[in-house]
Design a protein around this ligand. Structure first.
Ligand SMILES: Nc1ncnc2c1ncn2[C@@H]1O[C@H](COP(=O)(O)OP(=O)(O)OP(=O)(O)O)[C@@H](O)[C@H]1O
Length: 387
């Protein structure tokens, strides 16, 4: 979809901003470019929409050299979102969003209808926000308008240069989550510049880690964190990369423990007998419909041998869907101050529980699997270093 072939950019003063870059972005892929200030990320991006021209090499869009496109037409086919959103201050939010479709010759009513749809897509109510002017919006809302406007012409490619850089961390996390949802829907080919490693890890299907004008590693976030290509990448992603990995490692079936499962309407004595047989002191409790209710301790049967599980069951609301990240799992454990959390499938059926020890093992296994380039389940735990 988008390809850089031996691209070098030397500015007139001799600065080599990009040095012999080769990079390929597949259709519908989101690639983050991450690296320290001045390493050439923005210059890379600007050579796609011809705000800069390469000194050597070429950039291909759908197999065609961008130098062969008319620059104005090219830019209308490429959405561009920047940190200083660049909205027109004297136009309403709706008109700002409709700018490109109008330039492309759409009828005014159609362009505005499309703009309203896009505002909704990025989480703004066109009836509430559409008639406002940019300075009547919060920073986060302005960024959303920037994204809506970039999508308005339905461009196959989006270039995003630190689009969420100017908002506070809380809004930023929300914008990232919204953008991921949006991208799952619209599946654009995206180049996303950031100097924030966490953002690069969270958003990228693949991430390109820049050194000076060069890419030091181009791979999935899990691989970059798990097996940095060299000392530079290792130090850039940081010594806490194990922590960062939490956000890219999903909870899998094999991570779960399966304690005994009892029903609310079951007798306590029978339930306790099953717990004893399995050598555990508690069981997960499901209600009559099979939905998670909570847990019950085995010793409840001693005080009330004739009672029902329902009389002694305790509520447990901490749960996660299978496939959620280990980071979510960890944060849910902390939030509920829980020693385990339930993991449910898509139909909300109970699958098993995740404990802190299992979470730790999942993380270790995932790091080791990447280092060896094998699947996580292929790693035997007793062979993971440090055990
Ligand atoms: N027009 C220009 N003329 C000369 N040098 C430039 C020009 N634009 C950028 N540079 C230099 O090229 C190098 C790469 O700049 P670029 O803006 O691509 O980096 P960046 O990785 O996007 O940095 P940042 O994260 O700070 O935005 C820097 O050393 C910068 O000073």
């Amino acid at each position: 979809m988008l390809r850089f072939e031996h691209v070098t950019k030397r500015y007139p003063d001799g600065t080599v901003a990009v040095d012999d870059l080769d990079l390929e972005v597949a259709e519908g892929e989101l690639v983050t470019l991450v690296g320290p200030s001045g390493c050439g990320k923005t210059t890379t991006m600007k050579m796609v929409n011809r705000l800069e021209e390469p000194t050597e090499g070429r950039v291909l869009l759908e197999g065609r050299d961008v130098a062969d496109y008319d620059p104005v037409k090219l830019r209308r086919r490429i959405g561009y979102v920047i940190q200083q959103v660049g909205l027109f201050p004297h136009r309403t939010v709706l008109d700002n969003t409709a700018t490109v479709p109008l330039l492309l010759g759409r009828r005014r009513s159609e362009a505005r209808r499309r703009a309203a749809e896009l505002l909704e897509l990025v989480g703004l109510d066109p009836k509430v926000h559409g008639g406002r002017y940019p300075d009547q919006l919060s920073g986060g809302q302005r960024q959303r308008v920037g994204v809506a406007r970039a999508l308005a012409a339905d461009p196959p490619v989006l270039l995003m240069d630190e689009p969420f850089g100017a908002v506070d961390p809380v809004v930023r996390e929300r914008l990232q989550a919204e953008f991921l949802r949006l991208q799952a829907e619209v599946r654009k080919t995206v180049l996303f510049v950031t100097h924030d490693i966490e953002e690069a890890v969270r958003l990228g299907d693949r991430m390109a880690v820049y050194g000076e004008g060069r890419i030091e590693q181009f791979d999935s976030p899990a691989a970059v964190l798990g097996a940095p290509a060299n000392a530079y990448v290792a130090s850039f992603v940081g010594s806490d990369r194990g922590l960062k990995r939490l956000s890219v490692t999903p909870v899998e079936r094999g991570d779960l423990e399966e304690p005994p499962v009892v029903r609310l309407n079951e007798g306590l004595a029978a339930a306790a007998a099953r717990m004893r047989a399995e050598g555990v002191r508690w069981a997960v409790v499901l209600d009559e419909e099979g939905a998670l209710h909570g847990w019950v301790p085995a010793d409840a049967a001693e005080a009330d041998p004739k009672g029902l599980v329902a009389a002694h069951a305790r509520r447990m609301d901490a749960w996660l869907p299978l496939g959620a990240s280990l980071k979510q799992a960890f944060s849910t454990m902390l939030q509920y101050d829980a020693g385990w959390i339930a993991v449910l499938d898509e139909g909300d059926r109970f699958l098993g529980v995740l404990t802190p020890a299992a979470l730790h093992e999942a993380l270790r296994r995932s790091i080791d699997a990447d280092a060896r380039d094998v699947a996580r389940e292929a790693v035997a735990l007793d062979s993971v270093p440090g055990r």
